[in-house]
Design a protein around this ligand. Structure first.
Ligand code: SAM
Length: 336
């Protein structure tokens, strides 16, 4: 597919960007406290959101330059009325198509996922306790989400559960989540809580990779906790309890970033590209696309501007400085 001689998706550190994450919408049917600020967010005007034709057109440009995997995210990608059209259009591209969802409505999309060849579905679930789930999401959808997770497993999808850990909220559920993997062939991924605009982050709320492993090692016999191979460009460190059907993993973006092997680039719902989840800047592709201009030079310039580590916040001190991390829009807007 690399028909264009210029390698516009390689950055100055030699990292080749083959994985595009597209946020389909800024809207969500949940209100997770750590993702969406309590006061809400400034939504882009509707006319500034990419249409499905524009999403397809931009995605095609990336695929032409070597993208082999596209993940749809949001907001909640499945709240978009034309989500199934978008999925079907993108499924026509020679890429691995995947989706991140809160699973509230996935039961309506099983056939679409199957017909689009979607295998890998990441589902957010921060608590196994209905009351706590409802508190963190500010909505009462626990049963629906839990039933839908089982539906996805029964239908043969590869399911990963994303759990954002927060001290004093769900760190006492780490072992319960790992025990879920005894009978279920899923991967539970514990994500270190990350700072974004308006989410009141501080280091004390975060549960680190080291702390998670201390809890795991205090519960399971050491020789039963197996470190398993990470996939290339994997953001997670993968483990398994011997004899369990599933596995668990830790995504340590804060304490142990995995920037060296980063192959990701992000497209926000309003058509801006971000070269890093933590980057404070974005480049608008949608306006030039609508004006009939060539978007490839903008993509190239943005990729070239990518910092070596975490949008330039290369130390924990810098990450903790609100003047730096608060310039970054909320996760709900960027698309996690
Ligand atoms: N609605 C979809 C979902 O629930 O997966 C896709 C969008 S959501 C923003 C993507 C992922 O980002 C979720 O797993 C969510 O938990 C994670 N996320 C949001 N804010 C975060 C934060 N501050 N730190 C770590 N992960 C976060």
């Amino acid at each position: 597919m690399m028909e264009n001689k210029q390698n516009i998706l390689q950055d100055t550190f030699g990292r080749q960007h083959t994985y595009l994450r597209i946020s389909l919408t800024e809207l969500c049917n949940l209100r997770c406290t750590y993702c969406m600020p309590a006061e809400g967010i400034q939504l882009s005007p509707r006319s500034h959101i990419m249409t499905y034709e524009e999403i397809f057109s931009i995605a095609k440009t990336f695929v032409k330059h070597g993208v082999t995997k596209i993940r749809l995210t949001g907001g909640e990608p499945l709240v978009r009325k034309d989500a199934d059209i978008i999925l079907k259009k993108l499924a026509a591209l020679p890429v691995e198509l995947a989706i991140s969802t809160n699973a509230v409505t996935v039961d309506r999309f099983i056939e679409t996922f199957k017909s689009c060849g979607i295998q890998n579905i990441n589902v957010s679930l921060d608590s196994l306790n209905a009351k706590k789930f409802n508190r963190i999401t500010r909505r009462n959808n626990f049963k629906k989400v839990f039933d839908n997770i089982h539906l996805l497993i029964d239908k043969g999808f590869n399911v990963k559960l994303n759990v954002v850990l927060m001290k004093g909220f769900n760190d006492n559920e780490i072992i319960d989540f790992i025990k879920l993997t005894k009978a279920l062939p899923i991967s539970v991924r514990f994500i270190e809580f990350m700072p974004f605009e308006g989410n009141k982050w501080n280091k004390e709320k975060m549960v680190s990779y080291a702390e998670i492993m201390d809890i795991v090692n205090a519960t399971f016999e050491k020789n039963k906790v197996l470190r398993i191979e990470d996939a290339p460009n994997d953001t997670s460190k993968n483990y398994k309890i011997e004899g369990y059907k599933g596995s668990f993993a830790i995504i340590s973006s804060v304490t142990n970033p995995f920037c060296d092997t980063c192959n990701r680039i992000r497209l926000t719902a309003n058509g801006h590209i971000k070269n890093c989840l933590f980057s404070a800047t974005e480049a608008d592709l949608l306006t030039p696309l609508r004006e009939g201009k060539d978007i490839e030079p903008i993509i190239q310039k943005t990729v070239q501007a990518k910092f070596k580590i975490r949008g330039g916040m290369d130390t924990l001190e810098k990450l903790q400085n609100p003047d730096l991390h608060s310039q970054n829009r909320s996760m709900i807007i960027i698309g996690g």
